[in-house]
Design a protein around this ligand. Structure first.
Ligand SMILES: [Ca+2]
Ligand SMILES: [Ca+2]
Length: 150
């Protein structure tokens, strides 16, 4: 009986580990997110996420948008995510060159032409998507797939 209980505990622990995220990440829907509260330029934020074996967050579904919106609203401030249009003005990609599908731009965005080439969630506009100068200093969101090692 004791043995069975021990086995049950180990199985439970092992199945828990499969969906776990590394320390400092929050789990959501098979992904892990780190909301980094120090500030950096978009390029610095991108590098920082890579050193954490993750990437700047790519918002691909309404569910993911709602989740990130909830967290950024709770934390406050402005956050970089992975979007940019500095390769071709007006054509927005996620870092990694994935095309951006559904968008949640603030009314009138993206604007600013070649001056505003990086995508931020702006706190004073309810964290809607904004095209902003890539050299601004914002918090940022890193994302990685859940269950990856390292
Ligand atoms: Ca994503
Ligand atoms: Ca632009």
């Amino acid at each position: 009986m004791i043995l069975l209980q021990i086995c049950g505990f180990i199985l439970l622990a092992a199945s828990g580990l499969a969906v776990d995220c590394p320390e400092g990440y929050l789990p959501h829907d098979n992904a892990c997110y780190a909301f980094i509260m120090h500030t950096a330029t978009w390029a610095e934020a991108r590098e920082y996420c890579l050193t954490l074996k993750s990437h700047l967050a790519r918002i691909e579904t309404a569910k993911e948008q709602n989740y990130i919106l909830g967290q950024t609203s709770r934390l406050g401030g402005d956050f970089w995510i992975a979007g940019f249009d500095y390769l071709e003005e007006g054509t927005w990609y996620w870092d990694g060159l994935t095309p951006i599908g559904q968008t949640w731009w603030y009314s009138g965005q993206p604007g600013g032409g070649v001056s505003n080439n990086c995508l931020a969630l702006m706190g004073r506009y309810s964290h809607a998507w904004f095209a902003t100068p890539c050299y601004n200093y914002y918090h940022f969101v890193c994302e990685r797939t859940a269950g990856l090692e390292g």
